[in-house]
Design a protein around this ligand. Structure first.
Ligand SMILES: Cc1cc2nc3c(=O)[nH]c(=O)nc-3n(C[C@H](O)[C@H](O)[C@H](O)COP(=O)(O)OP(=O)(O)OC[C@H]3O[C@@H](n4cnc5c(N)ncnc54)[C@H](O)[C@@H]3O)c2cc1C
Length: 416
């Protein structure tokens, strides 16, 4: 088939690779000049399937209210708030019920475990390596964090995830550069989880997709799909419309606007986050792999010779407005755990990214209901951890093959 993919974030590139590997003729349209310039640009890089959970969770509404007054809040509400943000928040509140949470968490983790397997298979086939490291640790500063981690551990046990509940001294042995002056009651160590450079992987995967015959068109912003001819695309810079057999929408936070003329209304909103990346002149002073500060919900990862600190979940506000308090929290947490690891005088990159977030958590994956239009979007906080599995599932669905995992629950029908 002749298939168009809209968006070259990690999800679009992975989809291009899988469809090209299946022998389809693939064209990717991306409005930016390269791959992974949107939400996939500078994320934390964490690949921890057991920790892929929905933002909508029991107890979260009360926490969000408490955070409204906190200086270093992991979740923030910013102004202006659009009507669509309020609508999203209403649906999010409903998804915080414990039964909905259990269902959505199971859906996310099923896809995340499959995705890790698929990432490994794909990475093994490629000629290039990318920045990656093994092991992930959740740092529990005090007894309160240790208690609060317990329900999550029960879930990990149930899912058969390999993890170790360890004390502060054991955690410091695994990550020797952790600041001895910062109190650490214990940690959850996940030896099989990992950190990887999402953008770098997307660049390599683009190359692999091109080798398989995929075509990438950059600087090509596709106009919203036309209900009369949904698989005929018009893009900026192109002299005429192009007709395809199928179209896959992987356009992150812009996806709802592309789909609106088809009557497909998705409650997908941007939930913003920030990262700071800095050179690490002495690698011995930084993380060996990835850690997550459970109190501040901030991840610190090693990406080659750089350290990246990432966090914050902010609904509302303007895409280009930097919340300096959120960025200060990142610097604080980095300094708490790895003082002196980052060179902050030059070469520092501060980034704001828009997670394409659906209110309940799992992405939308599969046929849209409009002939020829397929969806692979809404991967929220875990698009890197979910991309390779989602792409393979979608390619199987397009081929009419049974995907390796049960895909009921990811379809767009849940929003009708
Ligand atoms: C601070 C932060 C930390 C994160 N940490 C992690 C992590 O540790 N692990 C993890 O798994 N995930 C993490 N995430 C989430 C992850 O980065 C996202 O889920 C993922 O990048 C989404 O990928 P995507 O391809 O769907 O979207 P994007 O990367 O945004 O790609 C969508 C692309 O579509 C293009 N596009 C949109 N409209 C059009 C159009 N009309 N025409 C052409 N192109 C178009 C855009 O330009 C963009 O390039 C984090 C996110 C943030 C913000």
């Amino acid at each position: 088939m002749n298939i168009a993919i809209l968006g070259a974030g990690i999800v679009g590139v992975a989809t291009a690779y899988e469809l090209a590997a299946d022998g389809h003729q693939v064209t990717v349209f991306e409005r930016h000049a390269s791959v992974a310039e949107g939400a996939s640009f500078a994320n934390a890089g964490v690949l921890a399937p057991g920790y892929v959970t929905p933002l909508a969770a029991p107890g979260m509404p009360a926490k969000v209210l408490r955070y409204l007054l906190a200086r270093h809040a992991p979740v923030r509400v910013a102004r202006p708030l659009a009507g669509a943000d309020l609508h999203w928040m209403t649906r999010w509140l409903r998804a915080c019920r414990s039964d909905a949470y259990a269902t959505n968490r199971a859906l996310l983790q099923r896809l995340a475990f499959y995705s890790r397997q698929r990432l490994h298979e794909v990475a093994e086939r490629m000629d290039y390596t990318f920045e990656r490291s093994t092991g992930y640790m959740v740092l529990l500063r005090g007894e309160r964090e240790r208690q609060m981690a317990q329900p999550g551990l029960a879930v990990l046990r149930e899912a058969g995830v390999v993890f170790h509940e360890i004390d502060g001294a054991q955690a410091r042995a695994i990550e020797p550069a952790l600041n001895p002056a910062t109190p650490l009651a214990g940690a959850i160590h996940l030896p099989q989880d990992e950190v990887g450079n999402c953008r770098q992987f997307a660049v390599i995967l683009r190359d692999a997709a091109e080798t398989l015959g995929a075509r990438f068109c950059f600087g090509a912003a596709v106009l919203p799909l036309d209900a009369a001819a949904p698989s005929t695309l018009r893009a900026t810079g192109a002299s005429q419309a192009e007709r395809f057999d199928a179209v896959v929408v992987c356009a992150g936070v812009q996806s709802p606007a592309l789909l609106a003329p088809l009557g497909i209304r998705l409650p997908l909103r941007a939930v913003y986050g920030y990262s700071v990346s800095a050179p690490m002149p002495d690698g011995g002073l930084g993380p060996r792999s990835g850690v997550m500060d459970e109190r501040f919900k901030v991840a610190i990862s090693r990406l080659g010779q750089r350290v990246r600190v990432a966090g914050s979940a902010e609904i509302g506000g303007r895409p280009d407005a930097i919340n300096h308090r959120a960025v200060q929290t990142l610097y604080k947490v980095l300094d708490d755990w790895y003082p002196g690891a980052a060179r902050l005088s030059r070469g520092v990159q501060v980034w704001k990214g828009a997670r394409p977030m659906l209110p309940d958590g799992p992405p939308v994956l599969g046929a849209s209901g409009v002939p020829g239009v397929w969806l692979n979007l809404g991967h929220g906080s875990s698009g890197w951890a979910l991309a390779c599995g989602s792409a393979r599932v979608l390619a199987d669905q397009i081929a009419g093959r049974e995907p390796a995992i049960d895909t009921s629950g990811y379809n767009v029908g849940r929003y009708r």
